[in-house]
Write a protein that binds this ligand. Structure first.
Ligand SMILES: [Zn+2]
Length: 176
């Protein structure tokens, strides 16, 4: 039986990672708090970034409530990595999805354009080891751990005696 594993809260975790990368990034950029530590930012660069982030956060098509451009890209990229899909294959399906959606959709037309949206807001994507039980990602302060701090599951599986080679699973996450 080939069951599909749940993905590791891509939307939440991705937004967390974006927050890490850009402390001033928020879906509500005008929101200011007095106790925020001011971060020196080049204003032209910030304006450009703000524009790109706004584009990434817009709805996938007018009236779409379930996906922003960014979350759509992240989920699709996640699947691409998880199932080791070639760029050619990815482009094919992206093209089909794009034709299925309302004509005024903002889904990137291919892998290159999807990557461009991520790069535009300072993000690339990479494979990160994830706990077998979906507790957490081996990311940032957990990057060097060998076991999950939540459930104690080993990060690696033994592929032969005395050799730990591969992580139980990987998660595609966009990262700074
Ligand atoms: Zn765990």
């Amino acid at each position: 039986m080939d069951s599909v594993e749940p993905i590791v809260d891509p939307n939440d975790q991705v937004m967390d990672i974006i927050q890490d990368a850009f402390p001033f990034a928020s879906t509500n950029i005008s929101h200011e708090r007095e106790d925020d530590v001011p971060t020196p930012i080049d204003s032209a660069e910030f304006e450009q970034y703000e524009k790109l982030l706004k584009n990434a956060n817009q709805e996938l098509y007018p009236g779409c409530e379930s996906f922003s451009v960014l979350t759509a890209i992240v989920e699709l990229m996640h699947g691409k990595i998880k199932y080791r899909m070639s760029n050619l294959c990815f482009d094919y399906f992206l093209g089909v999805f794009k034709r299925m959606l309302p004509t005024d959709n903002c889904l990137p037309k291919d892998h290159k354009h999807a990557q461009k949206v991520l790069n535009g807001i300072g993000l690339g994507y990479e494979k990160i080891h994830a706990c077998k039980n979906n507790c957490m990602l081996f990311y940032k302060e957990h990057e060097t751990l060998d076991t999950c701090p939540v459930c104690n599951e080993s990060r690696f599986k033994m592929t032969s005696p005395n050799r730990r080679l591969r992580s139980h699973k990987k998660s595609c996450v966009i990262c700074p």
